[in-house]
Design a protein around this ligand. Sequence first.
Ligand code: 6GU
Length: 226
Amino acid sequence: MRIDIIATIPELLDSPFQHSILKRASSKGVIDVNVHDLRKYGLGNYNQIDDYQYGGGAGMVLRIEPIFNCIEKLKGQRAYDEVIYMTPDGHTFNQKWANSFSLKKNLIILCGHYKGIDQRIRDHLVTTEISIGDYVLSGGELAAAVLVDAICRLVPGTMNDESSALEDSFQDGLLAPPIYTRPAEFNGWKVPEILLSGHNANIEEWREEMAYQRTKALRPDLLEDE
Ligand code: 6GU
């Protein structure tokens, strides 16, 4: 899988992609993440990427040409499944979106900044608009890092323990059950007896029940959704 991220502050993505799962994924060659600095496609001597809005109003708007040129260049090199625009007014990202994107081959993720981007980019170049929640970030880069992390860990070959992605909260529509490690007792706080029993079938049943109870208590909306 290849992901091309178009960013106005590419430095914001350095740290996330040099660590953890994403680093492992790219060093294994399973996932190839490329960050493109929009300013390299800027106009004139000052590499201008933004401008005042027509009709007045505070805040600068990203211009069409640099984004168009960057996307066209990429599209000239390979076919893309999606051009995703990160924006607070997009579809709210969740595990279903992550699953669906993880099945794609080539993705472009466009990060906005300032007031936003010229609407014509959204109308003609973007295929899907995604938000990571109901709050406003100053740019799309951190949101893109969240998206890429959630997607990458679903691509086979990126996780050490393949089955663990399947056991995540949300993957089956439920929150994950509680987990424990040694010691079996600390400060008088005990690990549930059943986990020490060695009865795998009973343990599995207990985990399913706990996942259900937790979901019912903390996120009843997940049970109503289906
Ligand atoms: Cl994708 N972008 C920005 N700027 N703010 C957000 C967001 C995205 N998702 C939630 N807030």
